[in-house]
Design a protein around this ligand. Structure first.
Ligand SMILES: [Zn+2]
Length: 338
């Protein structure tokens, strides 16, 4: 049995030790807090919130999947032979080269290819950059999605532009075009896009590429630019060449029309789509793609002429979306009253 004095010494010792540990760990925790940096803001949030283009010399910067756009120009939402869709997204911005191309392309389609005009889907955000939703590319103002159903013969309302669905060109098998919607004019319109020298490539679903291969006849050079890719049966994706020192060009498309073996390979993939890899081990935290992930020049693009909503990076998309909608809505209203 311990004597009382010995017992109290033991108690005192334990209490001191406990207090010391508590003190050290609380000090460590406070130091941790000081060292902790705020979470980096994803570049998609910064670029997604800017409402207007940067008033700079037009330049495509970086690459299609990692870049931005200086001097972006908005495609008028209603044109001679086109109407822009999904206005709330505010993605009807592009390099002036892209806007000129779209105007010429739409006019040609109306005058020569039997369509009333085109419905234009996403181009880029006002200053390009990564987006909060959707595309990986479309970042430097040189990409455009064109719907595969022609423009109706009247001006669509803002609401219709938000809610009207594009039409898939595929039949039930998903491996061939649907003859009920696919027409000879589709061949003409897609060929028209590929014939523009400034166009680098046009992405369409493999089944559409196959239909084009079958319809092309002897004139096959343009088929080289038509590249099969997943999706792309509601719209085609037109990409312009990068011709400036500020951007990186994409490698040319392989020689030949791409109709034989390369297409067979795609049909094998469509029948047996690759299964997503099962992650091994605990889920890895994805690194935030902040401004450091972007080309350095994109900082200047983002900050040029202090865009009004830059401070809104704290806002959630849910709050900011109505603002964008209101802006887009007023654009439509303005164009109507003019
Ligand atoms: Zn696209």
């Amino acid at each position: 049995m311990k004597r009382p004095i010995q017992k109290s010494i033991t108690v005192l010792w334990f209490t001191t030790a406990f207090l010391a540990i508590a003190l050290v760990s609380s000090f460590a925790a406070s130091k941790d807090k000081k060292d902790e940096k705020p979470d980096p803001i994803p570049a998609s949030k910064l670029f997604g919130f800017v409402l207007k283009g940067a008033e700079q010399k037009p330049k495509a910067i970086g690459y299609y999947t990692r870049g931005c756009l200086a001097g972006g120009e908005a495609l008028p939402v209603t044109g001679e032979a086109w109407q822009a869709m999904r206005l709330s997204r505010n993605r009807n911005w592009g390099h002036p080269k892209l806007i000129r191309f779209l105007e010429n392309f739409a006019r040609d389609v109306r005058d020569k290819d039997g369509w009333r005009g085109v419905l234009v889907g996403d181009l880029s955000q006002p200053r390009g950059g990564p987006m909060l939703s959707g595309h990986r590319s479309h970042q430097m103002g040189l990409d455009a999605d064109i719907w595969l159903n022609q423009m109706p013969g009247r001006e669509l309302s803002y609401k219709e532009r938000e809610e009207t669905s594009a039409v898939s060109m595929l039949d039930k098998t998903g491996l061939a075009v649907n003859k009920a919607v696919w027409t000879d004019n589709h061949v003409k319109v897609i060929k028209r896009a590929a014939l523009f020298p400034e166009v680098q490539r046009v992405l369409v679903h493999p089944a559409i590429k196959k239909a084009l291969c079958e319809a092309a006849g002897d004139d096959r050079d343009w088929l080289r630019k038509i590249r099969p890719w997943w999706g792309h049966h509601y719209h085609m994706h037109i990409r312009l060449k990068c011709t400036e020192a500020s951007c990186k060009a994409q490698g040319g498309t392989p020689a030949g029309d791409g109709c034989g073996k390369p297409l067979d390979y795609w049909f094998k993939l469509l029948r047996n789509p690759p299964k997503p890899k099962k992650p091994s081990g605990p889920p890895k935290k994805r690194k935030v793609r902040d401004l450091n992930w972007m080309p350095a020049a994109c900082r200047r693009v983002l900050k040029a002429d202090n865009p009004p909503l830059l401070k809104a990076t704290e806002l959630s998309e849910g709050i900011e979306l109505p603002v964008r909608k209101a802006v887009a809505g007023s654009v439509v209203a303005k164009e109507k009253s003019e």
